[in-house]
Ligand binder design. Structure first.
Ligand code: AGP
Length: 594
């Protein structure tokens, strides 16, 4: 993961880089660093430490304006988060400074083969890159040395590189990890994500794998690994700056939970003309032509995919499988004759999903990406893409992207179904029902205080409610650190019920008529063993003792609604424990390493 920013131009490099790092902090936040060129020739100021970008801001004060610099916010892979392992890293002679996002898989072999006897300062895989550039630059030009280094690296990298002796130049390189070049009359900015560019550039260049970039003054030249100049596309940045601020909310997560009804309305606005769905005909055709859909995703997006399978199979009668991206990439099952791969990813940058995309593209299979970030790698590289229009999601814990992904899957499945429901009406109803739950947030906060008193917790449900439980439990565990499992309600008695003791919280989701009684029987079984239960149900199936009763909605779409109180449960559980809700420990928003 990690976020990188580089700047060369006539504005204040420190300000631009620090601002960009703040915006990229969702990618990792265990340490941060910056290198800024100084006033004299060849002088460079390095500041780096364990901790957040706010800490870096405090320790990196300089009393002059620097015009060249690189910065980094880290999610540790090789080496613990400490000062020494923080980026930027320099070459042994201190000439080349680099920031890196990615993983160099063969760094040990490279050390042995090319850098035997050298003195390494950190435990990172990154340092080897700086050392190799230094070694090769003894006989080659700097550009050739970087490209030679690139040709030896196995794994993923987005790099920004400064040569201490060249104040008017900066270099960048990319393979697998995302990297963009932002353009402006006042300089060039290099960043892991458009977010780092917003406010500075109006246009950007997305880089392809194996690109080498030379920035000199205000000009950009892009080459492939053998030094052949590459053509590139310049795109407009249309991210709304205000959308990436927290506004009146205490946390981005709370803001994003609250935004869900308007996201559903936004989706209706984007994909309907009256009652009619206005989906790209090519997407519909691609689904129709396949004889089995393979949904590939990770984490929350995979939980949305599980609902997608239900929708495709039950609404449209299309066979569908859902796979964990990291498993599928290296352990592919037998495929049908005409598969269509559907990648679901909020960020569009998840390395595990991309590994599958690269793999299936090489085999000639068709693909569709459903994402929130239209500029992302998965959106660019798939044959088709559909945007979920959730707006920037900043909190690490995904909320509005999940419900938006399901809404989009519902639209896709609906267009291929007999269309016996009024989808627009059902989605509008959902938006209102979501607002009704959000209005009850103070009550949910109290419920959490009363019931979630233990180190562990269970969510139980059946059918589509079970899939909503998987997402609900992921949410609770990732931000409150309560060990939570989402369980098929009927399966609990086959072993896991042994974990239920006095006061263990068990939260049931019940929205389906046909399994109402079964799930309630399973609830009785845990209650008899001392569980502290909470029931989230819909009006049609509710009992008077249920704590959270939601409006009735079209049953197959119920996870869009039932998940909302569970997002609030997670939020308040974390708040009451005093944790950093938007940046939970050990996590990052965009998982760009495999
Ligand atoms: C969920 O709250 C997490 N942020 C995580 O599980 C996430 O959904 C997963 O890493 C996949 O990310 P993506 O949707 O950007 O591909």
């Amino acid at each position: 993961m990690c976020g990188i920013v580089g700047y060369l131009g006539n504005e204040n490099a420190r300000e631009i880089i620090i601002k960009g790092l703040h915006r990229l902090e969702y990618r990792g936040y265990d340490s941060a660093g910056i290198a800024l060129s100084g006033e004299g020739d060849g002088t460079l100021h390095i500041f780096k430490d364990k901790g957040r970008v706010a800490h870096l801001e405090e320790i990196s004060g300089i009393d002059f304006v620097s015009h060249q610099g690189i910065g980094h916010t880290r999610w540790a892979t090789h080496g613990v988060p400490n000062q020494v392992n923080s980026h930027p890293h320099d070459s042994e002679d201190g000439r080349f400074f680099i920031v890196h996002n990615g993983v160099i898989e063969n760094y040990k072999e490279l050390k042995n083969q090319y850098l035997d006897g050298r003195n390494f300062k950190s435990d990172t895989d990154t340092e080897v890159i700086a050392y190799l550039i230094e070694k090769f630059s003894e006989k080659l030009t700097v550009e050739e040395a970087i490209r030679k280094t690139m040709s030896l690296l196995e794994g993923s990298y987005a790099l920004a590189i400064i040569d201490r002796t060249e104040k008017n130049k900066m270099y960048a390189a990319k393979n697998k990890s995302p990297l963009l070049i932002g353009l402006s009359d006042n300089g060039i900015i290099v960043g892991s994500d458009v977010m780092a560019l917003v406010g500075f550039s109006k246009e950007y260049i997305p880089l392809d794998d194996h690109s080498f970039v030379k920035i000199e003054g205000n000009t950009v030249a892009i080459y492939d690994i053998i030094g052949k100049e590459m053509q590139y596309e310049v795109k407009a940045i249309d991210v709304d700056y205000l959308n990436i601020e927290k506004g009146e909310y205490a946390h981005f997560m709370l803001k994003e939970i609250n935004e869900q009804p308007s996201v559903i309305r936004q989706i209706i606005g984007r994909y309907f003309d009256g009652e009619k769905v206005t989906l790209n005909g090519e997407v519909k055709k691609a689904i129709k032509e396949s004889n089995r859909l393979y949904i590939i995703a990770a984490g929350t997006s995979m939980n949305a995919g599980a609902i997608g399978r239900e929708l495709f199979e039950k609404m449209a009668g299309i066979p569908c499988e859902v796979h964990i991206a990291s498993e599928f990439a290296y352990n592919m099952p037998l495929l049908s004759k005409r598969p269509l791969f559907i990648f679901i990813s909020q960020s569009g940058e998840t390395a595990d999903s991309r590994a599958v995309l690269v793999n299936i593209k090489a085999k000639g299979y068709r693909s569709l990406t459903i994402t929130n970030v239209k500029t992302s790698t998965l959106a660019r590289e798939a044959d088709h893409f559909v945007e979920i229009h959730a707006g920037p999601e900043i909190a690490v814990a995904s909320t509005k992207a999940y419900t938006a992904q399901i809404a989009i899957l519902a639209i896709l499945a609906y267009t291929l179904s007999d269309q016996h429901i009024n989808l627009r009406k059902e989605l509008s109803k959902l938006a209102i029902s979501m607002e009704n739950v959000i209005d009850k947030k103070e009550y949910i906060e109290e419920l959490v205080r009363e019931k979630l008193t233990k180190r562990n917790c269970f969510y139980i449900g059946r059918g589509i409610d079970y899939y909503a439980c998987l997402e609900s439990s992921l949410k609770l565990k990732e931000i409150s650190y309560i060990q939570t499992e989402g369980f098929a309600a009927g399966e609990l008695k086959h072993g896991t019920i042994a974990l239920i003791e006095e006061g263990t919280p068990v939260i049931a989701i019940i929205s389906q008529r046909k399994i109402n009684h079964n799930t309630r029987s399973n609830l009785q079984e845990v209650k008899s063993r001392g569980a502290a239960t909470i029931v989230i149900s819909t009006k049609a199936v509710h009992e008077t003792t249920d704590q959270i009763v939601l409006d009735d909605v079209y049953e197959l779409f119920s996870p869009i609604l039932t998940v909302v109180p569970t997002q609030l449960i997670a939020y308040y559980a974390a708040l009451q424990r005093g944790y950093d809700i938007d940046k939970p420990r050990n996590l990052a928003k965009s998982v760009t390493v495999e």
